[in-house]
Structure formats: structure tokens, C-alpha cells
Design a protein around this ligand. Structure first.
Ligand code: IPE
Ligand code: IPE
Ligand code: MG
Length: 240
């Protein structure tokens, strides 16, 4: 992969674990486990290619609506994979950030998450952002609360609130907006992912189910991205 051709920030809505399991005739939890293995592999690929920012949507604020058995299985996977992710991130100079309200998780899982983020905070290579109990609307709501508190304390005039201030109060503060958002499994919706940050992202909806997503699929997505013409509301050149 030519490093010059890489989008600075690639985001993935990893979808299709359940359908993958159904197709194989195995429990949904096995689909999620396989999805974690795929994520581990794709994260390695991003590291090897030299991607700067890679983010994934792994658990939404709406995913609590699933059966208790499925939610428990997903949390169990966090208990298993997150400490391993921490170890690997230290070996690979990777900084892990979490977007989402981690207070929603059991205390022991919160502890693992805080440890992961704190331990890897000084790493300077790839930044890997995980959406865990993440919802774009919830994130905006929390940012608004922070800004409203400043207004209440008399530190900020309502009319002085800028777009940049809003960005800086989101969980992705300091992280550039995603250039490319890929959603696997063929679903064409954001499902509450990066509501604010996706304003000018490019979108791709490959039909592959997440556990089957490969390096070749990622490469194809990057190639399609490079064929797009991003205009940001302006003009590509000033010719008539
Ligand atoms: C994505 O796979 C993982 C999570 C949302 C946690 P799904 O579990 O949504 O898989 P499908 O959509 O049922 O196939
Ligand atoms: C979105 O996928 C959330 C994650 C990938 C974590 P879902 O499978 O939960 O979304 P819907 O229900 O199809 O919109
Ligand atoms: Mg799904």
C-alpha cells in the first residue's frame, strides 16, 4: 500500500457478525468472537500500512437492547481482548482512545478500559479509536452539557460557541474527522456513528460480512476512496 494514498483517518462500522454466525449455523457469540479476530488482523494491517487514525464502531448505545445473553457475550469479549490489545499496542507504539460513555459498563470492564487508554496515551504511532457504548447523539448531548456548564459559570457567552469548540468537547477531541467511513454487510446507514464528525466523510458499503473482511477488502476501499473527487462544497479548480 502506497502510504501517500492512505486516507488520514479510516473508520469502520463493523457489521454482520450475527449474519455470519447464522450462515455458519453457530451461535451469535461465535460471530462476535470471529469479528474480534478480524479486527485484530485489520488493526495490524493499518499499523503496517502506516495509517494515522483508525476507528471502529464496536458497541452502540442502542446495542443494550439486544438479549442479555448477547450483551454478556460482547462484554466478555471486551474482558478478554482489551488487555491483549493493550499489550500489543505497547509493542506497536499504538495509542488507544475510546469514544463513548464507558460509565455504562461493569466496574471491572471500566477499569480495564481506563488502564488501556492511560497506558497507551503517550504512544505516538497509529491512533486506534474504539466506539464502545458510543452514540453520536449521546456524544453531542454530553458535549452540550459541558458547554452549558461553562455558560452557567459565566465563562462562556452562548453566542461565542464555535464549531471548533463543539469538536473539542466530543470524545474525538484532537482527532481529525474521518475521511473514509466503511460499513460492512451492505447496510447503508450510520446507526448513530460519528454524527458530527461525518459531515464530509466519503462512504463505502461493501457487502462482505465483517468476520470475512480482509486486507484486500480494505485495499479496495482505499482505492475507491482515491477515485473520488472530494470538493467540500468548493470547486476543484477555477476553470469555467
Ligand atoms: C456487528 O454485528 C457487531 C455489533 C453490532 C456489536 P451484528 O451483531 O450487528 O451483526 P448482524 O447485523 O446481526 O449481522
Ligand atoms: C451498528 O450496528 C452498531 C455497531 C456496529 C456497533 P447495528 O447492527 O447495531 O445497527 P442497526 O441495528 O443495523 O442499525
Ligand atoms: Mg448489525
Amino acid at each position: 500500500m502506497d502510504a501517500n494514498k492512505l486516507p488520514r483517518h479510516i473508520a469502520v462500522i463493523l457489521d454482520g457478525n450475527g449474519r455470519w454466525a447464522k450462515k455458519k449455523g453457530v451461535p451469535r457469540a461465535i460471530g462476535h468472537k470471529e469479528g474480534c479476530e478480524t479486527l485484530k488482523h485489520i488493526l495490524d494491517t493499518c499499523y503496517e500500512w502506516g495509517v494515522s487514525f483508525f476507528s471502529v464502531y464496536a458497541f452502540s448505545t442502542e446495542n443494550w437492547k439486544r438479549s442479555q445473553a448477547e450483551v454478556t457475550a460482547l462484554i466478555q469479549l471486551m474482558r478478554y481482548y482489551l488487555p491483549r490489545l493493550e499489550k500489543r499496542s505497547m509493542e506497536r507504539n499504538t495509542k488507544v482512545r475510546i469514544m463513548g460513555d464507558i460509565d455504562g459498563f461493569p466496574a471491572d470492564v471500566q477499569k480495564i478500559m481506563h488502564h488501556l487508554v492511560d497506558t497507551t496515551a503517550a504512544n505516538t504511532g497509529l491512533t486506534f479509536i474504539m466506539g464502545l457504548n458510543y452514540g453520536g447523539r449521546d456524544e453531542l448531548r454530553r458535549a452540550m452539557v459541558k458547554l452549558a456548564e461553562k455558560v452557567k459559570r459565566g465563562e462562556l457567552e452562548p453566542d461565542a460557541i464555535t464549531e471548533q469548540m463543539i469538536s473539542e468537547n466530543l470524545d474525538t477531541a484532537g482527532i481529525p474527522d474521518p475521511d473514509l467511513i466503511i460499513r460492512t454487510s451492505g447496510e447503508m446507514r450510520l446507526s448513530n456513528f460519528m454524527t458530527w464528525q461525518s459531515a464530509y466523510s466519503e462512504f463505502e458499503f461493501p457487502t462482505v460480512l465483517w468476520p470475512d473482511f480482509s486486507d484486500a477488502d480494505l485495499e479496495e476501499a482505499v482505492n475507491i476512496y482515491n477515485s473520488r473527487d472530494r470538493r467540500f462544497g468548493g470547486r476543484k479548480n477555477e476553470e469555467s
